[in-house]
Design a protein around this ligand. Structure first.
Ligand SMILES: *[C@@H]1O[C@H](CO)[C@@H](O)[C@H](O)[C@H]1NC(C)=O
Ligand SMILES: *[C@@H]1O[C@H](CO)[C@@H](O)[C@H](O)[C@H]1NC(C)=O
Length: 402
């Protein structure tokens, strides 16, 4: 009853709106499934603007589309263009709806999604995978029995360029059996460019363990992308991650989140094997994790790396570690000492500055912002009698009120 009333009201509002209005966003995007199905099918155009639909809302979208009174017509009449016109709503299509769509159109659409997969962000990839999985299910409705199952061809370089693995190899078992050693050795990159569900990634991990029983070489580790996240801390402690480029590639956030234990282990392993932390690596490791390095590891950071890392956030580090970073930064930027640039380069590390250096800055009339001031070591600030005075009075109103 309530849904019907809401639908009535919304119909009136939406009928008055000739274009999908972003202003109606909250109203439309939080709509109950019952309201969606009760409204005029043109509601679909408004739903396209919602950043994310719930499972129940997606069901409702399918119900509306299956009624065939939409501008898209019945799913059995859809072609590639229709699927493209559906835009973000295509991501809501379920197996029932997809199985009605012409196979060729469906596959052409799957191909167009797979083609852009490797350039998509993490969230987008998850949505693409969901859709491709629904498409795979629509293409292979019943689980086949292994006896009458026709085995697809082995995965070769050519196959990789022509097929979508999750669709053409319809079970993780088939995928396992068709992955040759040679394709894993020479074309791992292309295998991993494909949209692969977690199930398929587990298969890949298993096969890689068989191909490289004593561990993958550094150059292969570099290619793992999202697969790398499936390795345990124990496994990571055995990795041959020897180059900074590999560690940097592995830490790329668009391939998914590492747990802090995994990330720490990965970095520790790299250092244990004699790797040096470079500027880009420090940037990639970032904030909290930088502070997780132990003092011995921080001691080994070459000052040039701090110099080329850009601004690092060490605000959550212990005082000892801040002191270490400060002295590294001081060495890195020594040639600029006394210039205005020097202060800006040193600013992120001033939390580790001793009273003496703070005094120099204060006496040189450096214009310090409040955040930097508050991040200074209070013990050192206390010893630097002129610091508070200089920084307060140089701004008339004082640092605290800026
Ligand atoms: C797809 O959505 C329709 C309409 O909500 C529903 O009837 C059907 O059961 C759904 N199919 C699947 C496989 O969830
Ligand atoms: C790391 O840096 C040290 C000192 O700068 C250097 O001797 C060593 O060769 C470097 N190691 C690697 C793997 O680049």
């Amino acid at each position: 009853m309530q849904a019907a009333l809401a639908a009535l009201l919304l119909s009136a509002v939406l009928a008055a709106a000739t274009e999908p209005y972003a202003d109606l966003g909250v109203l439309v995007c939080t709509m109950e499934p019952g309201t969606i199905t009760a409204l005029h099918p043109s509601i679909l155009e408004h739903l396209k603007l919602c950043p994310m639909l719930t499972g129940a809302q997606r069901d409702a979208v399918n119900a509306v589309l299956l009624k065939s009174s939409t501008v898209y017509g019945h799913p059995s009449g859809w072609d590639l263009e229709t699927l493209q016109h559906l835009g973000p709503l295509a991501l809501a299509l379920n197996q029932t709806t997809l199985s009605l769509v012409d196979k060729a159109a469906r596959e052409a659409f799957a191909r167009s999604i797979a083609a852009t997969y490797s350039t998509q962000g993490w969230e987008q990839r998850q949505q693409s995978l969901t859709l491709l999985t629904a498409m795979a299910a629509a293409s292979h409705p019943r689980p086949k029995r292994s006896a009458d199952q026709e085995m697809p061809e082995p995965i070769t370089t050519r196959v990789l360029s022509e097929s979508i693995l999750v669709i053409d190899y319809d079970s993780p078992e088939q995928f396992y059996l068709c992955l040759s050693d040679s394709v894993l050795q020479t074309d791992l990159e292309h295998v991993l460019e494909q949209p692969l569900t977690t199930e398929y990634l587990w298969v890949l991990k298993k096969r890689l363990q068989e191909v490289y029983p004593t561990g993958m070489p550094d150059a292969q580790l570099r290619r793992l992308g999202p697969l790398s996240r499936l390795y345990t801390v124990q496994e990571l402690s055995q990795w041959q991650v020897t180059s900074a480029d590999t560690l940097c590639a592995l830490l790329n956030p668009s391939d998914g989140k590492w747990s802090s234990a995994q990330k720490q282990q990965l970095i520790a392993r790299f250092l244990e094997l004699g790797g040096n932390l470079t500027g880009p690596l420090l940037q990639q490791i970032g904030g909290i994790f930088l502070c997780d390095l132990n003092e011995e590891q921080i001691e080994k950071i070459p000052p040039e790396a701090i110099g080329s890392a850009g601004e690092l956030d060490i605000s959550s580090c212990s005082q000892n570690k801040k002191d270490q970073f400060y002295s590294k930064a001081q060495q890195a930027f020594a040639s600029q000492a006394g210039t205005k640039v020097y202060y800006f380069q040193m600013r992120p590390y001033l939390g580790g500055a001793p009273a003496e250096d703070l005094k120099d800055l204060a006496e040189n009339g450096v214009d310090m912002d409040i955040d930097t001031f508050l991040a200074l070591n209070p013990n050192e600030l206390q010893v630097c009698s002129c610091c508070a005075v200089c920084w307060c009075y140089s701004h008339g109103g004082g640092v605290g009120t800026r």
